[in-house]
Design a protein around this ligand. Structure first.
Ligand code: GDP
Length: 523
């Protein structure tokens, strides 16, 4: 059983929107031969809709809102690729997805370099020292100087770069890549992006045939490599696994070139399922007993199944159809007969799954993000955060009689992480919080669709929120009395300070030095 788990490589792609995440996902699936012809994952520009995009909203807007999970075998390993929403408004889901992976693939648009969202996502990866593989994309365009690109990654993202492949030319002059570890040249052919290509390989950098094939570019390449190898780092597995060094590959996702070399090394180097911390002890993926945690809840992925699916990362043991597991927060045993796996939107019932795999549990409102399931032991996986919202709206009902349905809907949506809901101490108002503006649209859409509630969102004078904690009960009571106007309970009944302005927050923090104002809250 742990042998099965050892084969798992569970990762997500981090990138700035438009860097090529969807395109590379498509090629990875193609290489995994899950889909015969690339181009079916998404057609946000072609009108076809992506198999990994589920919700109607996604189709309408052509963006990926949900997180899907794709599994495919490759070179004797089993790859679990967790898709993350590309749109920045859905960053909370993305962040939580990163808690469920063991490594990440960073895709960079080589004509733009390191962009803002990549910086943010890397910060999240840093929290757990997640190993990162880098793919410099879009070599078929005019890009930045490849040496400068690597320098930029090193400086801005503070990680050492070890080039594994090196580009030969760029844009219209892009000829292929030189594989530094193999001492081989892989030649690029245009117009082959939609198929698995026959590789055109030449052995040896000093091979005179290279000069015949690419002319003066051959000598340029040799000169440049001398410089690069002198100035950059060599690949070291240990430093990679610690998140200190990233192997760098060059290519074009659209041309499906350079991706194979990257994936070959990825499945070889990326860690098998790692241990996870709980509040009691560390859980190793090789343990026999089952455990896992929920990192995402998603509703209505398939209009024919109007239930909600809770995504679980299995941390140890294995799942077998029909098994019993303990839902630790509720202290209740549940029998799970029909967990699902997600092959790009296609749900299939699952017989077995192992540590490192993601499974979907049908959720009838009892499962929350952050919940731990075990085979009996009592502990809770740590490190699955909620992020303080930065945007706020108050909710007004069009039909006041629907108040109960509204509250129920909002609490459920907040359990899923679709929004956060706050109930101020001193009023009957409901305040919604989000990290990205699009979340409000999703909530309005779903309230109407699933809970038959029509409501209007209005602006509200809240600038930011902090979860409040204090070890001193008496002081907390005093704070509640003095600061009551700005206090609220969130969807999980946690005490929250809703600050009307940043200045107000700063002053309040200064005035109450023994109270903790947390920017994240653990589920
Ligand atoms: P995402 O937003 O990160 O998922 O990016 P997409 O995969 O949707 O790519 C954004 C745009 O860049 C699309 O128009 C792609 O066709 C294009 N693109 C992706 N990879 C490449 C590449 O290697 N070369 C070129 N020229 N365009 C690319």
């Amino acid at each position: 059983m742990s042998a099965e788990s050892e084969l798992r490589r569970t990762f997500a792609i981090i990138s700035h929107p438009d860097a090529g995440k969807t395109t590379i996902t498509e090629k990875l699936l193609l290489l995994g031969q899950k889909i015969q012809e690339a181009g079916t994952v998404k057609g946000k520009k072609s009108g076809k809709h992506a198999t990994s995009d589920w919700m109607e909203m996604e189709k309408q807007r052509g963006i990926s809102v949900t997180t899907s999970v794709m599994q495919f075998p490759y070179n004797g390993r089993v790859v679990n690729l967790l898709d993350t929403p590309g749109h920045e408004d859905f960053s909370e889901d993305t962040y939580r997805t990163l808690t469920a992976v063991d490594s990440a693939l960073m895709v960079i648009d080589s004509s733009k370099g390191v962009e803002e969202r990549t910086i943010k996502l890397m910060e999240v990866c840093r929290l757990r020292d997640t190993p990162i593989v880098t793919f410099m994309n879009k070599l078929d365009r005019d890009i930045k100087d490849p040496i400068e690109l690597m320098d930029e990654v090193e400086e801005v993202l503070n990680i050492k770069c070890a080039p594994v492949t090196w580009p030969i030319g760029m844009g219209k002059q892009f000829k292929g890549v030189y594989h530094i570890l193999e001492d081989k040249v892989y030649f690029y052919k245009t117009g082959q992006g939609h198929i698995i290509q026959d590789e055109d390989i030449l052995d040896g950098l000093d091979n005179p045939e290279l000069d015949e094939r690419i002319g003066s570019l051959a000598q340029d390449l040799r000169d440049e490599l001398e410089l690069v190898l002198g100035a950059s780092h060599e690949f070291e597995l240990e430093a990679f696994l610690k998140g200190e060094l990233t192997p760098v590959f060059y290519g074009t996702a659209l041309g499906n070139f350079g991706v194979t070399q990257m994936l070959n090394h990825f499945v070889e180097w990326a860690p098998a399922p790692l241990s996870r911390m709980t509040d009691v002890r560390e859980v190793k993926s090789s343990e026999d007993k089952f455990s896992g945690f929920i990192f995402k809840i998603q509703a209505n992925m398939d209009p024919q199944h109007r239930d909600r699916i809770a995504f679980m990362r299995i941390c140890s043991g294995n799942y077998q159809k029909g098994m019993k597991m303990k839902h630790v927060r509720l202290n209740r045993d549940v029998q799970v007969a029909n967990a699902v796996t997600f092959l790009a939107g296609d749900r299939s019932n699952l017989e077995n799954a192992y540590a490192g795999d993601i499974i979907g549990l049908h959720n009838h409102g009892t499962i929350q993000i952050g919940d731990t399931f075990t085979s009996g032991e009592v502990f809770k996986f740590s490190g699955i955060p909620n992020f303080a919202p930065e945007l706020f709206r108050s909710v007004r009902l069009k039909d006041p009689l629907k108040n109960k349905a509204l509250l129920k809907g909002l609490i459920q949506l907040s359990e899923e992480g679709a929004t956060q809901v706050f109930r101020p101490f001193n009023s009957n108002e409901l305040i919604l919080g989000a990290v990205g503006i699009l979340q409000f649209d999703v909530v309005a859409h779903r309230l109407k669709d699933e809970y038959k509630v029509n409501c209007i969102f209005e602006s509200v004078s809240v600038n930011t929120a902090r979860w409040v904690e204090c070890d001193d009960e008496k002081m907390l009571e005093e704070f509640k009395n003095k600061a009551g106007v700005n206090l609220a309970l969130d969807g999980g009944d946690n005490l929250t300070y809703l600050a009307p302005t940043r200045v107000n927050l700063n002053l309040t923090e200064e005035r109450w030095p023994d109270i903790r104002f947390n920017q994240t809250r653990e589920h």
